[in-house]
Ligand binder design. Sequence first.
Ligand SMILES: Cc1cc2nc3c(=O)[nH]c(=O)nc-3n(C[C@H](O)[C@H](O)[C@H](O)COP(=O)(O)OP(=O)(O)OC[C@H]3O[C@@H](n4cnc5c(N)ncnc54)[C@H](O)[C@@H]3O)c2cc1C
Length: 375
Amino acid sequence: MTATPFLDVLEDLIAGVVEPSAADVDANGTFPRAAVTALGEAGLLGLLSSTEVGGHGGTLDDAAQVVRRLAASCASTAMVVCMHYCATSAIEQFGPIEIRRAIASGHHLSTLAFSETGSRSQFWAPMGTAVIDNDDVVLNAHKSWVTSAGEADSYVWTSRPASGTPGATLWLVPADAQGVKVAAPFDGLGLRGNASSPVLGTDVRLPASSGLGDDGAGLDIALGVVLPVFQILNASCSLGLTDAAIAKVIGHVTSARFEHLDQTLADQPVTRQHVAHMKNQADAAATLVADAIVALTTGRSDAPLRMLQSKAVAGETALEVLDRAMRVGGGAAFRKDIGIERHFRDARASAVMAPTIDALQEFIGRALCGMPLFG
Ligand SMILES: Cc1cc2nc3c(=O)[nH]c(=O)nc-3n(C[C@H](O)[C@H](O)[C@H](O)COP(=O)(O)OP(=O)(O)OC[C@H]3O[C@@H](n4cnc5c(N)ncnc54)[C@H](O)[C@@H]3O)c2cc1C
């Protein structure tokens, strides 16, 4: 896939569908269904699907560009797409051909159902169970957060291994399977259109062949296949939010006037210092994320470190840049006049999405000190 066509398609779609509904998605907590449908029809939900099943065979860098650009307009839509691409990475390698084709054709939205009420942000320790019953498996779990809950067509779902060994197993759970229930509507501070609700699985009976990979191989797949995609795309969402903040701050400070002085806000040196600081921080984070993508796609030896750093650095940067944007934007930002406040709220999510920034800092510190990540 060449860069220009899919980004051109995306720009048209953002201008025509995503941007016009972004404020409403936020204000009313509405799932961005029109945007998701349009992304599917434009082939962008199949961006990471292989050409063999009718997808675009796009790269991690392609996906990062899509998520970053979407996040600058509507971060709820960007996170829905981020989670869909994460799920696609597992389904592409281990899922059934008909679901892979449906994703490639833009008719199937998926997501991750990893986090659980019992193990909270430590998704690598699922407490949900899988019991083999002849040719079936029976799943029980209390998933605490699932983006696109009740909106996606399937969930990439973790459980303890059916064999009783330590670790995890991944399953592809159809959203309409009997026993799958969205527990409550989502009402969050940010990413309000995300439908990130708890999902209960009660005696969900599926063919035992619904496993993604072998029983007990789920942790290796979650950490080795899904996590790099999640880290880069979640970081890209944070970068998109800084793009939006910087553009809106510059638009405001260069136009808001002190009439009694015949000056703009940008004529104030302190304001310019803040703008420079925001841009320096955002570009430093973007450079690190770009390097992480190169490291991952070329198999560089520092790829695991860069992968861990990407979400921590971009997420922390988005918090700081958006905080500064609120300050530089003054009362106009506080009162929603210039549209920065939505991005400020949306940027809060990355820090608590697992692996949380705190967990990532712990992993990075352990890696640097030559210690195992989990101790
Ligand atoms: C908008 C949104 C969308 C989401 N979408 C999905 C999804 O699609 N799929 C999915 O599986 N999950 C999803 N999640 C869940 C997310 O990945 C986390 O699991 C969830 O946010 C953790 O919340 P918690 O209250 O359970 O965190 P807790 O585990 O209670 O953590 C609370 C705080 O304590 C810190 N903490 C935890 N352990 C330690 C420790 N040992 N030392 C120091 N600090 C620690 C954490 O870093 C965090 O800051 C989503 C979350 C959000 C906010």
